[in-house]
Ligand binder design. Structure first.
Ligand SMILES: [Zn+2]
Length: 83
């Protein structure tokens, strides 16, 4: 007999403002446009989406990761423009 134990791991749950409760989520990649120093560019951001209602969930940790990625792309572009 197989016993499946379900752990309520809060790290794998995030608070969805729409559902008003902690929900499981799926990380999806979404192209986000950003403007840094007047230069507009887009980059693939990793965002969590609520499994219940499908809405985007705000996640500070992922945001930091996304901002770092955006900064990296911006510096690459700036280098390219200078030749
Ligand atoms: Zn939700």
């Amino acid at each position: 007999m197989t016993k499946i134990k379900v752990f309520k791991n809060l790290d794998s749950l995030k608070f969805c403002l729409n559902c008003e409760e902690n929900v499981s989520f799926t990380i999806k990649e979404k192209t986000v446009s950003m403007v840094i120093n007047g230069a507009e560019f887009s980059y693939p951001a990793k965002l969590p989406y609520c499994n219940e209602c499908g809405m985007e969930i705000y996640a500070a940790v992922l945001d930091d990761e996304n901002i770092q990625k955006a900064n990296g792309i911006y510096h690459e572009l700036a280098k390219g423009e200078r030749g």
